[in-house]
Design a protein around this ligand. Structure first.
Ligand SMILES: [Zn+2]
Ligand SMILES: [Zn+2]
Length: 571
Protein backbone atom coordinates (compact mmCIF):
# COMPACT_ATOMS: atom_id res chain seq x y z
CA UNK A 1 0.00 0.00 0.00
CA UNK A 2 1.38 3.38 -0.94
CA UNK A 3 1.14 6.57 1.09
CA UNK A 4 -1.47 7.79 -1.39
CA UNK A 5 -3.60 4.65 -0.97
CA UNK A 6 -3.56 4.99 2.79
CA UNK A 7 -4.28 8.72 2.64
CA UNK A 8 -7.25 8.00 0.40
CA UNK A 9 -8.71 5.54 2.87
CA UNK A 10 -8.31 8.03 5.71
CA UNK A 11 -10.09 10.72 3.75
CA UNK A 12 -12.87 8.25 2.92
CA UNK A 13 -13.25 7.58 6.62
CA UNK A 14 -13.59 11.33 7.18
CA UNK A 15 -16.26 11.45 4.45
CA UNK A 16 -18.16 8.58 6.01
CA UNK A 17 -17.99 10.21 9.43
CA UNK A 18 -19.42 13.36 7.91
CA UNK A 19 -22.33 11.52 6.38
CA UNK A 20 -22.96 9.84 9.72
CA UNK A 21 -22.74 13.26 11.36
CA UNK A 22 -20.20 12.11 13.89
CA UNK A 23 -18.04 14.29 16.08
CA UNK A 24 -16.47 17.24 14.31
CA UNK A 25 -13.15 16.56 16.06
CA UNK A 26 -12.93 13.05 14.80
CA UNK A 27 -13.66 14.12 11.24
CA UNK A 28 -10.96 16.77 11.39
CA UNK A 29 -8.49 14.30 12.89
CA UNK A 30 -8.92 11.90 9.96
CA UNK A 31 -8.72 14.68 7.40
CA UNK A 32 -5.54 15.95 8.97
CA UNK A 33 -3.99 12.47 9.09
CA UNK A 34 -4.86 11.99 5.41
CA UNK A 35 -3.16 15.21 4.41
CA UNK A 36 -0.06 14.37 6.48
CA UNK A 37 0.23 11.05 4.68
CA UNK A 38 -0.42 12.66 1.33
CA UNK A 39 2.75 14.73 1.61
CA UNK A 40 4.86 12.36 3.69
CA UNK A 41 8.31 12.14 2.13
CA UNK A 42 9.06 8.63 3.39
CA UNK A 43 7.27 5.34 2.87
CA UNK A 44 4.49 4.84 5.45
CA UNK A 45 5.29 1.12 5.55
CA UNK A 46 8.80 1.89 6.80
CA UNK A 47 7.48 4.31 9.39
CA UNK A 48 5.03 1.71 10.64
CA UNK A 49 7.58 -1.10 10.77
CA UNK A 50 9.91 1.09 12.80
CA UNK A 51 7.08 1.89 15.22
CA UNK A 52 7.24 5.60 14.48
CA UNK A 53 3.66 6.21 13.37
CA UNK A 54 2.80 8.29 16.41
CA UNK A 55 5.79 10.52 15.76
CA UNK A 56 4.00 11.86 12.69
CA UNK A 57 2.07 15.08 13.27
CA UNK A 58 -1.64 14.48 13.69
CA UNK A 59 -1.38 10.70 14.17
CA UNK A 60 -2.58 9.81 17.64
CA UNK A 61 -2.77 6.41 19.30
CA UNK A 62 -6.16 5.51 17.80
CA UNK A 63 -5.32 6.28 14.21
CA UNK A 64 -1.85 4.76 14.56
CA UNK A 65 -3.32 1.49 15.74
CA UNK A 66 -5.78 1.39 12.82
CA UNK A 67 -3.04 2.25 10.35
CA UNK A 68 -0.89 -0.56 11.65
CA UNK A 69 -3.77 -2.98 11.17
CA UNK A 70 -4.31 -1.68 7.66
CA UNK A 71 -0.66 -1.89 6.66
CA UNK A 72 -0.20 -5.35 8.13
CA UNK A 73 -3.40 -6.99 6.94
CA UNK A 74 -4.50 -4.78 4.04
CA UNK A 75 -7.81 -4.26 5.85
CA UNK A 76 -9.20 -1.99 8.54
CA UNK A 77 -12.18 -3.21 10.53
CA UNK A 78 -13.25 0.29 11.52
CA UNK A 79 -13.37 1.41 7.88
CA UNK A 80 -15.39 -1.63 6.86
CA UNK A 81 -17.87 -1.08 9.66
CA UNK A 82 -18.38 2.53 8.66
CA UNK A 83 -18.92 1.51 5.06
CA UNK A 84 -21.58 -0.95 6.16
CA UNK A 85 -23.52 1.86 7.78
CA UNK A 86 -23.58 4.08 4.71
CA UNK A 87 -25.14 3.21 1.32
CA UNK A 88 -22.29 2.94 -1.15
CA UNK A 89 -23.32 5.69 -3.50
CA UNK A 90 -23.46 8.36 -0.83
CA UNK A 91 -19.69 8.47 -0.62
CA UNK A 92 -19.62 9.09 -4.32
CA UNK A 93 -22.29 11.78 -4.00
CA UNK A 94 -20.35 13.99 -1.64
CA UNK A 95 -17.48 14.06 -4.14
CA UNK A 96 -19.65 16.36 -6.24
CA UNK A 97 -18.55 19.86 -5.53
CA UNK A 98 -21.05 21.90 -3.54
CA UNK A 99 -22.99 18.84 -2.47
CA UNK A 100 -22.01 18.43 1.15
CA UNK A 101 -22.90 15.45 3.33
CA UNK A 102 -26.01 17.23 4.57
CA UNK A 103 -27.55 17.63 1.11
CA UNK A 104 -26.44 14.12 0.19
CA UNK A 105 -28.27 12.71 3.17
CA UNK A 106 -31.31 14.89 2.37
CA UNK A 107 -31.62 13.62 -1.20
CA UNK A 108 -31.03 10.08 0.01
CA UNK A 109 -33.71 10.26 2.67
CA UNK A 110 -36.26 12.06 0.51
CA UNK A 111 -35.71 10.51 -2.90
CA UNK A 112 -33.73 7.38 -2.15
CA UNK A 113 -30.89 8.59 -4.32
CA UNK A 114 -27.57 6.90 -3.67
CA UNK A 115 -25.60 7.25 -6.90
CA UNK A 116 -24.37 10.03 -9.14
CA UNK A 117 -26.38 8.62 -12.04
CA UNK A 118 -29.64 8.67 -10.07
CA UNK A 119 -28.88 12.16 -8.84
CA UNK A 120 -28.26 13.49 -12.32
CA UNK A 121 -31.46 11.95 -13.59
CA UNK A 122 -33.49 13.39 -10.71
CA UNK A 123 -31.96 16.83 -11.23
CA UNK A 124 -32.80 16.78 -14.92
CA UNK A 125 -36.35 15.76 -14.11
CA UNK A 126 -36.57 18.70 -11.66
CA UNK A 127 -37.19 16.48 -8.70
CA UNK A 128 -34.49 18.07 -6.56
CA UNK A 129 -36.11 21.49 -6.43
CA UNK A 130 -39.21 19.94 -4.88
CA UNK A 131 -37.33 18.67 -1.86
CA UNK A 132 -37.75 20.92 1.13
CA UNK A 133 -34.66 23.04 1.75
CA UNK A 134 -33.05 22.47 -1.66
CA UNK A 135 -34.57 24.44 -4.57
CA UNK A 136 -33.84 25.24 -8.19
CA UNK A 137 -30.42 26.75 -7.64
CA UNK A 138 -29.14 23.62 -5.92
CA UNK A 139 -30.56 21.58 -8.76
CA UNK A 140 -28.76 23.62 -11.42
CA UNK A 141 -25.51 23.39 -9.52
CA UNK A 142 -25.82 19.65 -9.22
CA UNK A 143 -26.10 19.25 -12.98
CA UNK A 144 -23.20 21.61 -13.62
CA UNK A 145 -20.95 20.06 -11.00
CA UNK A 146 -21.60 16.50 -12.11
CA UNK A 147 -20.41 17.46 -15.58
CA UNK A 148 -17.29 19.02 -14.15
CA UNK A 149 -16.63 16.05 -11.94
CA UNK A 150 -16.77 13.68 -14.88
CA UNK A 151 -14.27 15.83 -16.68
CA UNK A 152 -11.99 16.00 -13.66
CA UNK A 153 -11.94 12.29 -13.21
CA UNK A 154 -10.54 11.29 -16.55
CA UNK A 155 -6.84 11.76 -16.98
CA UNK A 156 -5.79 14.96 -18.68
CA UNK A 157 -4.15 14.72 -22.07
CA UNK A 158 -0.59 16.00 -22.12
CA UNK A 159 -1.48 18.47 -24.85
CA UNK A 160 -4.25 19.88 -22.69
CA UNK A 161 -2.26 20.09 -19.46
CA UNK A 162 0.95 21.44 -20.95
CA UNK A 163 -0.37 24.77 -22.28
CA UNK A 164 -2.34 25.43 -19.06
CA UNK A 165 0.82 24.85 -17.04
CA UNK A 166 3.03 26.94 -19.30
CA UNK A 167 0.60 29.83 -19.16
CA UNK A 168 0.70 29.84 -15.36
CA UNK A 169 4.46 29.39 -15.20
CA UNK A 170 5.02 32.24 -17.59
CA UNK A 171 2.97 34.56 -15.39
CA UNK A 172 4.64 33.36 -12.20
CA UNK A 173 8.11 33.92 -13.59
CA UNK A 174 7.23 37.53 -14.36
CA UNK A 175 6.54 38.29 -10.71
CA UNK A 176 9.37 39.93 -8.75
CA UNK A 177 8.69 37.71 -5.73
CA UNK A 178 9.08 34.48 -7.73
CA UNK A 179 12.62 33.17 -8.14
CA UNK A 180 11.87 30.08 -10.24
CA UNK A 181 8.86 28.14 -11.44
CA UNK A 182 8.57 24.82 -13.24
CA UNK A 183 6.18 21.96 -13.90
CA UNK A 184 6.57 18.86 -11.74
CA UNK A 185 5.20 15.36 -11.58
CA UNK A 186 4.04 13.35 -14.56
CA UNK A 187 3.59 16.55 -16.54
CA UNK A 188 7.27 17.38 -16.32
CA UNK A 189 8.05 13.80 -17.29
CA UNK A 190 5.72 14.33 -20.27
CA UNK A 191 3.53 11.31 -19.80
CA UNK A 192 0.74 10.92 -22.36
CA UNK A 193 -1.87 11.64 -19.73
CA UNK A 194 -1.59 13.51 -16.46
CA UNK A 195 -3.41 13.12 -13.15
CA UNK A 196 -3.19 16.58 -11.63
CA UNK A 197 -1.27 19.53 -12.97
CA UNK A 198 1.56 19.98 -10.46
CA UNK A 199 3.66 23.12 -10.39
CA UNK A 200 6.56 24.15 -8.21
CA UNK A 201 7.90 27.62 -7.52
CA UNK A 202 10.58 29.07 -5.30
CA UNK A 203 10.33 32.33 -3.45
CA UNK A 204 11.36 34.13 -0.28
CA UNK A 205 7.80 35.39 0.04
CA UNK A 206 5.68 32.26 -0.35
CA UNK A 207 2.46 33.86 0.83
CA UNK A 208 2.67 36.46 -1.90
CA UNK A 209 2.97 33.65 -4.43
CA UNK A 210 -0.07 31.91 -2.98
CA UNK A 211 -2.09 35.13 -3.07
CA UNK A 212 -1.09 35.79 -6.66
CA UNK A 213 -1.89 32.23 -7.75
CA UNK A 214 -5.36 32.31 -6.18
CA UNK A 215 -6.13 35.59 -7.96
CA UNK A 216 -5.03 34.64 -11.47
CA UNK A 217 -7.61 35.49 -14.13
CA UNK A 218 -8.46 31.93 -15.16
CA UNK A 219 -9.08 30.65 -11.64
CA UNK A 220 -12.73 29.66 -11.24
CA UNK A 221 -12.40 28.20 -7.78
CA UNK A 222 -9.80 28.12 -5.04
CA UNK A 223 -10.12 24.64 -3.64
CA UNK A 224 -7.45 25.00 -0.98
CA UNK A 225 -5.12 27.80 -0.07
CA UNK A 226 -2.25 27.31 2.35
CA UNK A 227 0.98 29.07 3.13
CA UNK A 228 3.05 27.00 0.75
CA UNK A 229 0.55 24.93 -1.24
CA UNK A 230 -2.67 25.78 -3.01
CA UNK A 231 -5.07 24.09 -5.37
CA UNK A 232 -7.23 25.93 -7.84
CA UNK A 233 -9.65 24.93 -10.56
CA UNK A 234 -8.69 26.35 -13.94
CA UNK A 235 -11.41 27.64 -16.24
CA UNK A 236 -10.85 24.53 -18.37
CA UNK A 237 -12.13 22.51 -15.42
CA UNK A 238 -8.71 21.19 -14.47
CA UNK A 239 -7.20 21.18 -11.04
CA UNK A 240 -3.80 22.83 -10.65
CA UNK A 241 -1.56 22.44 -7.59
CA UNK A 242 1.15 24.95 -6.86
CA UNK A 243 3.72 24.43 -4.16
CA UNK A 244 6.27 27.02 -3.07
CA UNK A 245 9.62 26.29 -1.47
CA UNK A 246 12.54 28.47 -0.47
CA UNK A 247 15.09 29.07 -3.23
CA UNK A 248 17.83 27.04 -1.54
CA UNK A 249 15.54 23.96 -1.51
CA UNK A 250 14.24 24.38 -5.02
CA UNK A 251 16.49 21.78 -6.66
CA UNK A 252 15.79 19.02 -4.17
CA UNK A 253 12.07 19.81 -4.18
CA UNK A 254 11.97 19.82 -7.98
CA UNK A 255 13.77 16.49 -8.08
CA UNK A 256 11.45 15.06 -5.45
CA UNK A 257 8.18 16.29 -6.93
CA UNK A 258 9.16 15.39 -10.48
CA UNK A 259 9.56 11.76 -9.52
CA UNK A 260 8.82 9.27 -10.69
CA UNK A 261 8.42 7.68 -7.34
CA UNK A 262 10.26 4.60 -8.58
CA UNK A 263 13.16 6.70 -9.85
CA UNK A 264 13.39 8.50 -6.51
CA UNK A 265 13.28 5.30 -4.49
CA UNK A 266 16.18 3.98 -6.54
CA UNK A 267 18.14 7.19 -5.94
CA UNK A 268 17.50 7.01 -2.22
CA UNK A 269 18.91 3.50 -2.16
CA UNK A 270 22.09 4.64 -3.88
CA UNK A 271 22.37 7.60 -1.54
CA UNK A 272 22.05 5.33 1.46
CA UNK A 273 24.92 3.15 0.25
CA UNK A 274 27.05 6.26 0.01
CA UNK A 275 26.16 7.38 3.53
CA UNK A 276 23.88 10.10 2.18
CA UNK A 277 20.22 10.94 2.56
CA UNK A 278 18.00 12.75 0.10
CA UNK A 279 14.63 14.32 0.60
CA UNK A 280 12.62 17.20 -0.78
CA UNK A 281 14.68 19.45 1.53
CA UNK A 282 18.11 18.59 0.21
CA UNK A 283 20.92 16.06 0.24
CA UNK A 284 22.48 15.32 3.60
CA UNK A 285 25.30 13.34 5.17
CA UNK A 286 23.40 10.56 6.90
CA UNK A 287 25.61 10.40 9.99
CA UNK A 288 25.84 14.11 10.75
CA UNK A 289 22.66 15.43 9.05
CA UNK A 290 24.94 17.99 7.46
CA UNK A 291 23.24 19.50 4.40
CA UNK A 292 25.35 19.21 1.28
CA UNK A 293 23.08 21.03 -1.16
CA UNK A 294 19.69 21.13 -2.82
CA UNK A 295 19.51 24.50 -4.48
CA UNK A 296 19.62 22.94 -7.94
CA UNK A 297 18.83 19.42 -9.08
CA UNK A 298 22.46 18.91 -9.97
CA UNK A 299 23.34 19.10 -6.25
CA UNK A 300 21.44 15.85 -5.77
CA UNK A 301 22.48 13.96 -8.87
CA UNK A 302 26.15 14.99 -8.88
CA UNK A 303 26.68 13.68 -5.33
CA UNK A 304 25.53 10.30 -6.62
CA UNK A 305 27.84 10.57 -9.64
CA UNK A 306 24.82 10.82 -11.90
CA UNK A 307 23.87 13.34 -14.56
CA UNK A 308 20.72 15.43 -14.25
CA UNK A 309 18.42 13.12 -16.16
CA UNK A 310 16.03 14.56 -18.71
CA UNK A 311 12.70 14.35 -16.85
CA UNK A 312 11.29 12.10 -19.60
CA UNK A 313 13.74 9.36 -18.56
CA UNK A 314 13.03 9.40 -14.83
CA UNK A 315 10.98 6.24 -14.59
CA UNK A 316 13.51 3.79 -13.14
CA UNK A 317 13.39 1.81 -16.33
CA UNK A 318 17.13 1.35 -16.56
CA UNK A 319 18.18 4.98 -16.88
CA UNK A 320 20.20 4.92 -13.66
CA UNK A 321 22.09 1.77 -14.65
CA UNK A 322 22.63 3.15 -18.16
CA UNK A 323 24.05 6.37 -16.73
CA UNK A 324 26.61 4.49 -14.64
CA UNK A 325 27.59 2.47 -17.69
CA UNK A 326 27.85 5.60 -19.83
CA UNK A 327 25.05 4.26 -22.00
CA UNK A 328 22.42 6.95 -21.78
CA UNK A 329 20.85 7.80 -25.13
CA UNK A 330 21.38 11.21 -26.63
CA UNK A 331 17.69 11.99 -26.89
CA UNK A 332 16.08 13.38 -30.00
CA UNK A 333 14.97 17.03 -29.85
CA UNK A 334 12.30 18.96 -31.69
CA UNK A 335 14.79 20.72 -33.90
CA UNK A 336 16.02 17.39 -35.30
CA UNK A 337 12.70 16.97 -37.13
CA UNK A 338 12.96 17.84 -40.83
CA UNK A 339 9.52 16.99 -42.13
CA UNK A 340 6.12 15.44 -41.50
CA UNK A 341 5.19 12.17 -43.18
CA UNK A 342 1.49 11.98 -42.32
CA UNK A 343 -0.53 14.97 -43.41
CA UNK A 344 -4.13 15.14 -44.68
CA UNK A 345 -5.60 17.81 -46.92
CA UNK A 346 -9.12 18.81 -47.88
CA UNK A 347 -8.96 16.28 -50.70
CA UNK A 348 -9.84 13.67 -48.05
CA UNK A 349 -10.98 14.69 -44.55
CA UNK A 350 -8.53 17.51 -43.86
CA UNK A 351 -9.38 21.19 -43.70
CA UNK A 352 -6.61 22.85 -45.71
CA UNK A 353 -5.02 22.72 -49.13
CA UNK A 354 -1.61 21.24 -49.89
CA UNK A 355 -0.30 24.80 -50.25
CA UNK A 356 -1.56 25.74 -46.75
CA UNK A 357 0.14 22.71 -45.25
CA UNK A 358 3.36 23.54 -47.08
CA UNK A 359 3.45 27.09 -45.86
CA UNK A 360 2.97 26.02 -42.25
CA UNK A 361 5.62 23.33 -42.67
CA UNK A 362 8.06 25.96 -43.87
CA UNK A 363 7.30 28.08 -40.81
CA UNK A 364 8.32 25.10 -38.72
CA UNK A 365 11.61 24.96 -40.61
CA UNK A 366 10.82 21.73 -42.44
CA UNK A 367 12.22 20.74 -45.80
CA UNK A 368 9.48 18.27 -46.75
CA UNK A 369 6.03 16.92 -46.00
CA UNK A 370 4.28 13.87 -47.31
CA UNK A 371 0.65 14.36 -48.30
CA UNK A 372 -0.98 11.14 -47.27
CA UNK A 373 -4.70 11.50 -47.76
CA UNK A 374 -7.00 8.59 -47.09
CA UNK A 375 -7.39 6.03 -49.85
CA UNK A 376 -10.42 4.90 -51.75
CA UNK A 377 -11.70 2.15 -49.45
CA UNK A 378 -12.05 4.48 -46.50
CA UNK A 379 -15.06 6.30 -47.90
CA UNK A 380 -16.12 7.75 -44.52
CA UNK A 381 -12.90 9.75 -44.48
CA UNK A 382 -13.27 10.96 -48.06
CA UNK A 383 -10.73 8.50 -49.42
CA UNK A 384 -9.38 9.43 -52.86
CA UNK A 385 -10.55 7.48 -55.89
CA UNK A 386 -7.93 6.29 -58.38
CA UNK A 387 -8.69 9.25 -60.55
CA UNK A 388 -8.45 11.71 -57.70
CA UNK A 389 -5.14 10.25 -56.61
CA UNK A 390 -3.80 10.58 -60.16
CA UNK A 391 -4.80 14.25 -60.14
CA UNK A 392 -3.13 14.67 -56.77
CA UNK A 393 0.10 13.16 -58.13
CA UNK A 394 0.00 15.49 -61.10
CA UNK A 395 -0.76 18.61 -59.04
CA UNK A 396 1.98 17.93 -56.54
CA UNK A 397 4.46 17.37 -59.37
CA UNK A 398 3.57 20.84 -60.66
CA UNK A 399 3.83 22.32 -57.20
CA UNK A 400 7.29 20.84 -56.70
CA UNK A 401 8.48 22.54 -59.87
CA UNK A 402 7.69 25.89 -58.26
CA UNK A 403 9.27 25.04 -54.89
CA UNK A 404 12.89 25.64 -53.99
CA UNK A 405 14.46 23.86 -51.02
CA UNK A 406 11.17 22.21 -50.20
CA UNK A 407 9.76 18.93 -51.40
CA UNK A 408 6.19 17.72 -51.26
CA UNK A 409 6.09 13.95 -51.31
CA UNK A 410 2.99 12.25 -52.65
CA UNK A 411 1.68 9.46 -50.53
CA UNK A 412 -1.47 7.88 -49.23
CA UNK A 413 -2.76 6.44 -45.99
CA UNK A 414 -4.03 3.08 -47.13
CA UNK A 415 -6.59 1.18 -45.15
CA UNK A 416 -5.58 -2.30 -44.04
CA UNK A 417 -8.78 -4.31 -44.40
CA UNK A 418 -9.85 -7.30 -42.32
CA UNK A 419 -7.73 -9.62 -44.43
CA UNK A 420 -4.64 -7.41 -44.56
CA UNK A 421 -5.26 -6.13 -48.08
CA UNK A 422 -4.92 -2.46 -49.01
CA UNK A 423 -6.30 0.03 -51.54
CA UNK A 424 -5.14 0.64 -55.13
CA UNK A 425 -3.12 -1.69 -57.30
CA UNK A 426 0.61 -1.90 -56.99
CA UNK A 427 1.37 -0.06 -60.23
CA UNK A 428 -0.38 3.01 -58.84
CA UNK A 429 1.28 2.58 -55.42
CA UNK A 430 4.66 2.40 -57.16
CA UNK A 431 4.11 5.93 -58.44
CA UNK A 432 3.84 7.31 -54.90
CA UNK A 433 6.89 8.61 -53.03
CA UNK A 434 6.00 7.27 -49.60
CA UNK A 435 3.15 4.95 -48.68
CA UNK A 436 1.50 4.52 -45.28
CA UNK A 437 -1.09 2.02 -44.16
CA UNK A 438 -3.17 1.62 -41.05
CA UNK A 439 -6.00 -0.26 -39.45
CA UNK A 440 -9.17 1.83 -39.04
CA UNK A 441 -11.79 -0.80 -38.28
CA UNK A 442 -12.25 -4.43 -37.33
CA UNK A 443 -10.62 -3.99 -33.93
CA UNK A 444 -12.50 -6.89 -32.45
CA UNK A 445 -10.50 -9.54 -34.25
CA UNK A 446 -8.34 -11.85 -32.19
CA UNK A 447 -4.75 -11.00 -31.42
CA UNK A 448 -3.67 -13.61 -33.95
CA UNK A 449 -5.88 -12.24 -36.71
CA UNK A 450 -4.84 -8.64 -36.05
CA UNK A 451 -1.18 -9.60 -36.02
CA UNK A 452 -1.46 -11.53 -39.29
CA UNK A 453 -3.37 -8.72 -40.87
CA UNK A 454 -0.69 -6.22 -39.96
CA UNK A 455 2.11 -8.58 -40.95
CA UNK A 456 0.64 -8.82 -44.41
CA UNK A 457 0.78 -5.04 -44.74
CA UNK A 458 4.32 -4.90 -43.37
CA UNK A 459 5.43 -7.48 -45.90
CA UNK A 460 3.78 -5.58 -48.74
CA UNK A 461 6.78 -4.12 -50.62
CA UNK A 462 4.84 -0.94 -51.44
CA UNK A 463 4.21 0.03 -47.82
CA UNK A 464 6.77 2.14 -45.95
CA UNK A 465 5.01 3.09 -42.75
CA UNK A 466 2.39 1.64 -40.43
CA UNK A 467 0.42 4.48 -38.84
CA UNK A 468 -1.02 4.63 -35.32
CA UNK A 469 -0.04 0.99 -34.89
CA UNK A 470 -2.20 0.05 -31.90
CA UNK A 471 -5.19 2.36 -32.68
CA UNK A 472 -5.37 3.38 -29.03
CA UNK A 473 -7.40 6.53 -28.32
CA UNK A 474 -6.52 7.92 -24.92
CA UNK A 475 -9.42 8.00 -22.44
CA UNK A 476 -11.62 6.29 -25.06
CA UNK A 477 -10.36 3.13 -26.66
CA UNK A 478 -7.70 0.72 -25.42
CA UNK A 479 -5.05 -0.49 -27.86
CA UNK A 480 -6.01 -3.60 -29.78
CA UNK A 481 -3.96 -6.66 -29.13
CA UNK A 482 -0.94 -7.31 -31.29
CA UNK A 483 1.96 -9.66 -31.03
CA UNK A 484 4.40 -6.79 -30.95
CA UNK A 485 7.69 -8.75 -30.93
CA UNK A 486 6.56 -10.50 -34.11
CA UNK A 487 5.41 -7.23 -35.67
CA UNK A 488 8.65 -5.43 -34.81
CA UNK A 489 10.82 -8.23 -36.12
CA UNK A 490 9.03 -8.19 -39.46
CA UNK A 491 9.12 -4.40 -39.63
CA UNK A 492 12.87 -4.36 -39.03
CA UNK A 493 13.49 -7.06 -41.65
CA UNK A 494 11.38 -5.41 -44.32
CA UNK A 495 12.47 -1.86 -43.49
CA UNK A 496 8.94 -0.81 -42.75
CA UNK A 497 8.82 2.09 -40.32
CA UNK A 498 6.40 2.34 -37.41
CA UNK A 499 4.67 5.57 -36.59
CA UNK A 500 4.71 7.55 -33.42
CA UNK A 501 1.50 9.40 -34.13
CA UNK A 502 1.70 12.79 -32.38
CA UNK A 503 -2.01 13.51 -32.32
CA UNK A 504 -2.77 14.40 -28.66
CA UNK A 505 -5.31 11.67 -28.04
CA UNK A 506 -3.18 9.02 -29.77
CA UNK A 507 0.56 9.30 -29.03
CA UNK A 508 0.79 5.80 -30.44
CA UNK A 509 3.25 3.97 -30.26
CA UNK A 510 3.66 4.63 -26.57
CA UNK A 511 7.05 4.95 -24.89
CA UNK A 512 7.71 1.35 -23.84
CA UNK A 513 6.65 0.06 -27.26
CA UNK A 514 8.99 2.56 -28.88
CA UNK A 515 11.83 1.21 -26.82
CA UNK A 516 11.00 -2.32 -27.79
CA UNK A 517 10.76 -1.30 -31.45
CA UNK A 518 14.11 0.45 -31.32
CA UNK A 519 15.68 -2.57 -29.71
CA UNK A 520 14.34 -4.74 -32.52
CA UNK A 521 15.94 -2.40 -35.07
CA UNK A 522 12.72 -0.76 -36.25
CA UNK A 523 12.82 2.81 -37.56
CA UNK A 524 10.24 5.27 -36.33
CA UNK A 525 8.47 8.18 -38.02
CA UNK A 526 7.22 10.91 -35.69
CA UNK A 527 4.31 12.35 -37.62
CA UNK A 528 1.22 14.33 -36.72
CA UNK A 529 -1.72 12.99 -38.72
CA UNK A 530 -2.51 16.69 -39.24
CA UNK A 531 -6.03 17.41 -40.46
CA UNK A 532 -5.40 21.16 -40.50
CA UNK A 533 -2.17 23.13 -40.63
CA UNK A 534 -2.10 23.96 -36.92
CA UNK A 535 -1.98 20.26 -36.14
CA UNK A 536 1.54 20.17 -37.54
CA UNK A 537 2.63 21.68 -34.23
CA UNK A 538 1.59 18.52 -32.38
CA UNK A 539 4.98 17.13 -33.32
CA UNK A 540 6.13 18.72 -30.06
CA UNK A 541 4.20 16.08 -28.11
CA UNK A 542 5.37 13.31 -30.39
CA UNK A 543 8.98 14.24 -29.74
CA UNK A 544 8.29 14.27 -25.99
CA UNK A 545 6.99 10.70 -26.16
CA UNK A 546 9.92 9.70 -28.38
CA UNK A 547 12.23 10.95 -25.65
CA UNK A 548 10.34 8.88 -23.11
CA UNK A 549 10.96 5.97 -25.46
CA UNK A 550 14.73 6.64 -25.43
CA UNK A 551 14.75 7.49 -29.14
CA UNK A 552 17.72 9.22 -30.69
CA UNK A 553 17.90 11.24 -33.86
CA UNK A 554 19.19 8.27 -35.83
CA UNK A 555 16.14 6.14 -34.93
CA UNK A 556 13.69 8.53 -36.55
CA UNK A 557 13.38 8.66 -40.31
CA UNK A 558 11.95 12.16 -40.53
CA UNK A 559 15.11 13.60 -39.01
CA UNK A 560 16.79 12.58 -42.23
CA UNK A 561 17.11 14.68 -45.35
CA UNK A 562 14.75 13.80 -48.18
CA UNK A 563 17.43 11.94 -50.18
CA UNK A 564 18.24 9.57 -47.36
CA UNK A 565 14.55 9.13 -46.67
CA UNK A 566 13.79 8.15 -50.26
CA UNK A 567 16.62 5.64 -50.22
CA UNK A 568 15.01 4.01 -47.18
CA UNK A 569 11.73 3.88 -49.07
CA UNK A 570 13.17 1.54 -51.68
CA UNK A 571 12.76 -1.34 -49.31
ZN1 LIG B 1 -5.48 6.88 -39.82
ZN1 LIG C 1 -4.27 9.85 -40.92
Amino acid sequence: MTNKDVAYILSQIADLLEILQESRFRIIAYRKAASVLESLPEDINDVSEQGRLQELPGIGAHIAERLEELLKTGRMKYFEELKQKVPGGLLELIKIRGLGPKTAVTVYENLGIASVGQLEKAAKEHKIREVKGLGAKVEENIIKNIKEMEKREERILLAEAYPIAQEIIKELRKQPFVVSAETAGSLRRMRRTIGDIDLLASSNEPEKVMDFFAMMSFVVEVEAKGKTKSTITHQDGRKVDLRVVSPDQYGSALQYFTGSKQHSIHLRGIAKDKGLKISEYGIFEAATEKRLGGKIEEDIYSKLNLPVFPPELREDKGEIEAAYEGDLPKLITLKDIKGDLHVHTKKSDGLNSVEDMVSKAKQLGYSYICVSDHAKNLKVAGGLTVKELETQIKNIKELNKREKNFRVLVGAELNIDNDGNVDYDSSLLARLDFVSASIHAGFNQSKKQLTERMLKAIENPNINLICHPTAEILNQRPPYELDLPVIFKAAAETKTAMELNSFPNRLDLRADYLRAAKKAGVKIAISTDAHNYNHLEYVFYGVAIARRGWLEKKDVINTWGVEKLLKFVKK
